[in-house]
Design a protein around this ligand. Structure first.
Ligand code: WTA
Length: 656
């Protein structure tokens, strides 16, 4: 392909041919039936809004769209905690399990029924009330994966106090930035958490953050370990101390009536460089959006045991561990620790123990399991699994097929769900039982979601071509802005095309109308005038039987504009060799074309990733061009990229 196809702004090169039509037995019993696609925006969401959510007063208008702001379920009054907890108990399902929780130390397990959850939430809400928290008081939550984290979120929702959850791996600076931006008055944390057998000093980090966050008047500390921490008089209080004399009677703390458009939470998302954005999510539309998508996309049944293995600190955990599943009254699994503790089969032991039927995770985790090898999964009975999901990054077809075969044993539909913190809910996804699956494609927009691929000029790119993903109609869980920053909201999402939501991802649509996500637009490479997406070259690399994981980026090149540099992790900890390097270049050349073969390949045991597991190509570009490294504060482990930078500098020296 020497010239750009007319009207397309990113070339598409890698054609995946495998197809997985829905098994007929699955299709028959599926929550989503083909008529789901026949309903109009208004009608679909009116029905779902009435069906999935209990309203204190019904809404009188489905939505109002005054770009760039939408409102949903106008006039409706409800409470999210009531929907997620109380109504299930009132309906006689108090004994149903809400969460199976497993601590990282293996002997620690807890089972919380919906009645238990209600008692915990009511007690904590009563505790927060004692601290002066009421409707509108901003609360920050900085915890690990303990049941008290959803309890704290739901207690806030019960009182109408908006929360922001800060992922427990963030530093003191990141924590205080977020707390300051929201002007939080209370911080809920724990003394320590567990991660891969190590103690995470959450309270100590909170102390450092609070030194720079004067708005915080009170700090509640849940005691997770026996570790000692400093407690400042008048500010810090132990969780159990606060709850000593409070009631767990739901009538002692009724669910606050909220307007459909009242703030439920802010969740901060860092762009690639600038200051994190406080993404605004409100009440009625968000809850309806996450409950509806959870029901159809995962084919959740009344007796399902559903496990989303994300961290609650990310949007995936907000929408698909806490709010969506609990609104649907689903039994969930929450696991505190890492997948390789004490050994690499920990996840599969959990699936076997609780007979998990739906598992939702990220490509980065799947690639880790792939790297470790399928023998860990083989040790366990995974026959309870019915549906598998992925989210967070484009998934390489080989990783998809590995997941389908080794975890799903070839039986379970894999739903590759595309969405963002900003969208609040799943937007492009297969519907199991309806959709023919294609490894690497998120397939079709969820019913009523009006997604398209545009070129620079704002024209739809014809089938097969690549361009910018956009969404043209509002959806119920969409962000309602960036906290305190209207201008940035407009500039980031609404300025490239008039009244159209600009996603920031590249995508292509194929002849069947299926979407293929091509990664963040900032990562696109330009080699000899070809605009090439990172995912396609990476997928060609991962397609090689020895490769577990790969990340590519462009570095400046005198002749070709940019040249591709690949960072590759081999399976089973192999180190790589000049022969392997040659073999991989030939492999990519055969899969895509010689022009896309990486100019350099660097073998590395790990890739630099954000704390939510996304590959950070921006830093790889710095490494590839021997520049000073940019901001590394959002990395899970900065040693990985520092080591790569060091090797890069040494090689540059030897070349001189
Ligand atoms: C990427 C996570 C391809 C994408 C819910 C998006 C994906 C960003 C997929 C949002 C997917 C998420 N296929 N890319 N299935 N899911 N992404 O805000 O680049 O953490 O814009 O939300 O992740 O990440 P966020």
């Amino acid at each position: 392909m020497s010239e750009q196809t007319a009207g397309q702004d990113i070339e598409t090169l890698f054609l995946e041919q495998r197809r997985y039509p829905p098994p007929p037995e699955f299709a028959k019993q599926a929550n989503a039936q083909p008529d789901i696609h026949t309903k109009k925006l208004d009608e679909f969401w009116r029905e779902e809004g009435e069906k999935r959510v209990s309203w204190f007063s019904p809404f009188d208008q489905v939505y109002e769209w005054e770009p760039p702001y939408a409102k949903w379920f106008l006039g409706g009054k409800l409470n999210v905690c009531y929907n997620c907890v109380d109504r299930h108990v009132e309906a006689g399902r108090g004994d149903k399990v809400a969460f199976y929780w497993e601590g990282e130390p293996e002997e620690e397990r807890r089972t919380l029924s919906f009645a238990d959850l209600q008692a915990e939430v009511v007690r904590f809400a009563n505790g927060l009330k004692k601290l002066g928290v009421e409707k509108g008081t901003p609360v920050a939550i900085y915890m690990g994966m303990v049941p008290e984290l959803p309890v704290a979120m739901l207690a806030c929702a019960r009182l109408g106090a908006p929360h922001t959850v800060i992922f427990g791996g963030f530093s003191a600076d990141s924590l205080s930035d977020r707390v300051n931006d929201m002007e939080c008055e209370v911080l809920v944390t724990q003394n320590e958490g567990w991660r891969r057998g190590n103690r995470v000093p959450l309270k100590k980090t909170s102390d450092e953050a609070m030194d720079r966050s004067p708005s915080v008047k009170q700090c509640v500390v849940y005691r997770r370990t026996d570790g000692e921490v400093d407690m400042r008089d008048g500010r810090d209080l132990w969780w159990d101390q606060l709850l000593e004399d409070v009631s767990d009677d739901p009538d002692s703390c009724p669910c606050q009536e909220m307007d459909s458009e009242d703030l439920l939470y802010l969740l901060y998302t860092s762009g690639t460089t600038a200051k994190p954005k406080g993404i605004v999510h409100t009440t009625g539309g968000y809850l309806t959006g996450v409950a509806t998508t959870h029901h159809y996309v995962f084919d959740v049944k009344p007796d399902s045991v559903y496990w989303c293995a994300a961290d609650i600190g990310w949007v995936t955990g907000h929408s698909y561990i806490v709010y969506g599943p609990l609104c649907n009254g689903t039994t969930g699994v929450v696991y505190e620790g890492t997948p390789d503790f004490p050994d690499k089969d920990r996840w599969w032991a959990i699936v076997e123990r609780y007979k998990v039927d739906i598992l939702y995770t990220a490509p980065t985790a799947i690639r880790s399991h792939m790297k470790w090898g399928p023998e860990y999964a083989k040790k366990h009975d995974l026959s309870s699994l019915r549906v598998l999901g992925t989210v967070g990054e484009p998934i390489n077809p080989e990783a998809w097929v590995w997941y389908h075969e080794n975890i799903g044993r070839g039986r379970c539909p894999v739903v590759d769900t595309w969405w963002q913190t900003e969208t609040g809910m799943i937007m492009i996804t297969p519907l199991p039982g309806i959709t023919t699956l294609k490894p690497g494609s998120a397939t079709k927009p969820f019913p009523t979601v009006d997604a398209a691929v545009f070129n620079e000029k704002g024209e739809s790119v014809p089938p097969g071509g690549g361009g910018y993903l956009v969404i043209r109609e509002p959806w119920p869980a969409m962000l309602r802005g960036i906290h305190k920053d209207h201008e940035r909201y407009v500039k980031t999402y609404w300025s490239k095309y008039p009244n159209v939501y600009f996603v920031g991802d590249g995508a292509r649509v194929d002849e069947d109308g299926d979407f293929w996500l091509l990664g963040r637009i900032d990562d696109v490479m330009n080699v000899s005038g070809h605009r090439i997406s990172t995912i396609e070259v990476e997928s060609a690399l991962v397609d090689h039987p020895r490769v577990a994981e790969a990340a590519v980026c462009g570095r400046a090149d005198k002749t070709t504009g940019q040249a591709i540099v690949a960072y590759v992790t081999l399976k089973g900890g192999d180190e790589g060799s000049p022969e392997m390097l040659r073999e991989l270049r030939i492999h990519v050349g055969q899969r895509i074309g010689k022009f896309a073969a990486p100019a350099n390949i660097v073998f590395t045991p790990e890739l630099p990733k954000t704390r939510s597991g996304k590959i950070m190509r921006r830093l790889l570009r710095d490494v590839a061009e021997n520049r000073e490294l940019g901001d590394t504060t959002t990395l899970a482990d900065s040693a990985v990229v520092e080591e790569l930078a060091k090797r890069g500098r040494e090689e540059a020296k030897t070349e001189e």
